[in-house]
Design a protein around this ligand. Sequence first.
Ligand code: AMP
Length: 544
Amino acid sequence: MFGLMMDLPLTLTTFMRHGERNHGLQEIVSVTHDNPRHRYTYRECFSRARRLARVLDRLGASENARVATLAWNDYRHLELYYAISCSGRICHTVNPRLFEAQITYILNHAEDEWVFVDPAFVPRLEQIAKESPAVKGYVILSDAVNMPSTSLPNAYCYETLLKAESDDYGWPALDERRASGLCYTSGTTGNPKGVLYDHRSTVLMAFGSALPDSCGLSATDGVLPIVPMFHVNAWGLPFSAIMVGAKLVFPGPALSDPATLTELITVEGVTVSAGVPTVCLPLLAHVQKTQQSLAPLNRIVIGGSACPLSMMEAFRDRHQVRVIHAWGMTEMSPLGTVNAPTAQTRTLEGVAHAEHLCSQGRPIPGVEIKITDDDNVELPWDGKASGALKVRGWWVCRDYFRLEGAGGAHEADGWFVTGDVASIDPHGFIRITDRAKDVIKSGGEWISSIDLENTAMGHPDIEEAAVIGVTHPKWQERPLLVVVRKPGAEIRVLDLLRWFEGKVAKWWIPEDVVFVSSLPHTATGKLSKLELRKQLVDYRFPGT
Ligand code: AMP
């Protein structure tokens, strides 16, 4: 027997309608290249989204068209998110920081019909336009006054196109399983792979991510997504914030400018933000230097790579900001686990509490996790056993776009193999040890590079740290610590190695330290160990 409840599809159109009707006067504030503080309301936003849907029709964008964006976080990008997906097309966010060859590959693989691009990225596209023949044209995200001159073929001005349309548009009824968005993984090995989100998965992820034990969003929050809208849809915030009716504050091209971020937080009433550790670090350093407050910010979601304890403590102790440590992947829309205490863990104190804080948290309802050994046997949740982390859930991809059956990341029973190595404690909290390909094996035992990096980052003189495994004649591999010192700091190798004593097992202590002026990062701001290994390919431990 089936239940007798209404069978309304879970679509993003529902969020848009709800937002416009119930929170119509809520504000969206953006920094853009043509306006240092653009502000308007949900009502204006969705009226413009309707005009934009008409623009897409007029441009001849087909049903199921992939429409690419190369854009910063701002209101025009938000309009694109909703207009493209809710008119039945697929919003393909492209990371403009990728190499040109990767952007070309992605545009061609997705067969994007139209590309909406910020003026800042126009020169990059001009270089490669000839190699993407399927693209019918380009729309530059600007008003007429600030339009750059361009050699891009068939290029239009966004505001001019919008001005020519009315907002009289009826959103089509969509199946909830219809594709809504496309995002390619960063592809550190091989070509990037496309993850094709649908309305249903995106709606469910928004609900899951807004729960009190996730990001805990409400209509009275001010939300500043520092994580780019081209990095897994800014972790779903443009959907979850609209769903709850929160104020959205977009940093535009000032995404990596701590002074502007601080100003936006304090002046625009930002209570919650989100970003990877590498962008949060300069923000902390800036407010420390200028002695500014981050109020009213009270929580910040940090993920994408492990958040060092020292960063959590600095936010908490100096700014009364709670770090919500989260783990996820492009393939998981992206949120998988969030570190929020349970009735049993909230009473932990001292070292146990600190250790717990560093964990990547527990699954959001809708996501299941397990760890297995090399023979695919499930390992216990005892906080000790460490193995391949596998997931399944409402917003986890079941295949890659146009690689159907060939991606190789799914097991026969449907579980997705994340490529991360983790342990799970009895409370269900995961601890990511490493990416499987970054694992360091010393004398047959695993050493966690993430734990070592975390410990190094706790040293007051260290700005950034990375640990990689380097071949060792006796131990097979030993950890090498590569660090960037804080400006003016003079710490030496032995002092730094001594710092690890008593903090990690003796045999985990790095074999050596290399000081560098900067560490390589990927296009999404994570440490690029692949690149670091290349840079240090000739390195040998002293005496070996
Ligand atoms: P991406 O798909 O580019 O977002 O990368 C996903 C990968 O980032 C995961 O598989 C992890 O290896 C890593 N990652 C994400 N969040 C965390 C975290 N909180 N701690 C450690 N690694 C993380």
